[in-house]
Ligand binder design. Structure first.
Ligand SMILES: [Zn+2]
Length: 352
């Protein structure tokens, strides 16, 4: 076990054997997890991070998208080359988690079928991804290398505009204007085209509202926000408003509600935000655009956690909270990964 619990026990629901059995029967996939870089603890050791492989086993979290996160810095040929090199190195580290070690079995699973097979085999599924299109700089052919290194989705921006698109959070310290491209740049559109060809899912988390709406239209395969919440409940630029939610539904995409306290409640802190807040965002999105377009993510080790879902070991609490809201087994299966797998499959079908 970990250190003493960070939150009062009352914040965490009592889990019956029945709830735990149901949770463990589901293919549970968290669409956004960060890794330590350049160095960190052994992912096969139960340590201080929000996610390591023993916590995934303990929490019944079967699959995770692990992001090669590239921070936005001032754009130059050198910084772009360095960003690409970093993404390739991080993807290599993520692929390195796919092995059996210290009694934990994990494997890299890049396709929907492979993720399902890992679940059947009782093996954790590691799905590599890239966060921030700055990783390709202005060279679209670099996408091929990222894809070859396992990246299954790429988030078009992080905080701060890049050459592909505007960010939801411009970086004044990097000289960002409110909008640089009016959404996507022409290069951003070419990038999406190439991602479609390669079967890489277009992640619209972090991009500006205009860029998100344009990406939904431009992409031939459904776009996903791998870690965002609902703006009607918490007015934060990283969250999706109703028109954005509707656009996701119209293209068959998914919003993966995430565990970042400040996205769940205005000014929210991890100590005061609860599973109820998280379930409120899921409920809102489901009522607005339907159960087929909503999913679950943590953004663990990238800022996500709150009272009741403090780390991957507590993932069954999310199932318990949603059961209490009336979601049944088949609905939980969609929320916990079924919808995201549908998008992966669609991208695989349409890839060249
Ligand atoms: Zn992020």
């Amino acid at each position: 076990m970990n250190d003493a619990p960070a939150f009062p026990a009352a914040a965490v629901p009592e889990l019956s054997g029945e709830v735990l059995a149901l949770h463990r029967s589901l293919l549970t996939l968290d669409t956004h997890i960060d890794i330590p870089w350049p160095e960190g603890p052994d992912p096969f050791e139960d340590g201080k991070r929000k996610v390591d492989l023993p916590k995934m086993v303990r929490g019944g979290l079967g699959a995770g998208c692990f992001a090669a996160y590239v921070p936005q810095v001032k754009r130059s040929e050198e910084s772009e080359t360095a960003a690409f090199a970093r993404a390739i190195d991080m993807l290599s580290a993520i692929r390195g988690m796919g092995r059996t070690h210290r009694g934990v079995a994990a494997r890299v699973a890049v396709t929907a079928d492979a993720i399902e097979a890992a679940k059947r085999d009782g093996v954790l599924a590691i799905v590599p991804a890239v966060e921030n299109g700055f990783a390709i700089g202005r060279d679209v052919t670099r996408l091929n290398a990222l894809r070859a290194a396992g990246a299954r989705y790429m988030t078009l921006t992080h905080n701060g505009h890049n050459v592909l698109a505007d960010s939801a959070i411009p970086r004044g310290d990097l000289g960002d204007p409110e909008s640089e491209h009016g959404g996507l740049s022409p290069l951003g559109r070419r990038t999406i085209d190439q991602m479609n060809r390669l079967g890489m899912v277009v992640d619209v988390a972090h991009v500006s509202r205009a860029a998100m709406l344009q990406a939904a239209q431009v992409s031939r395969t459904p776009v996903v926000s791998t870690h965002s919440c609902v703006r009607a409940l918490c007015d934060h630029p990283r969250n999706m408003d109703d028109a954005q939610l509707d656009a996701l539904r119209d293209v068959g995409g998914v919003i993966q509600i995430t565990a970042v306290a400040g996205f769940l409640r205005a000014g929210g802190k991890p100590e005061t935000v609860t599973l109820n807040d998280f379930a409120d965002h899921v409920d809102y999105a489901v009522r607005r655009i339907g159960i087929a377009h909503v999913g679950i993510s943590s953004d663990f080790d990238g800022g996500g956690y709150f009272s009741g879902w403090n780390d991957a070991g507590e993932s069954a609490n999310v199932t318990a909270a949603l059961l209490a809201r009336g979601y049944g087994k088949s609905e939980l299966a969609l929320l916990w990964g079924g919808n995201f797998l549908r998008v992966l499959r669609r991208a695989e079908e349409l890839a060249e």
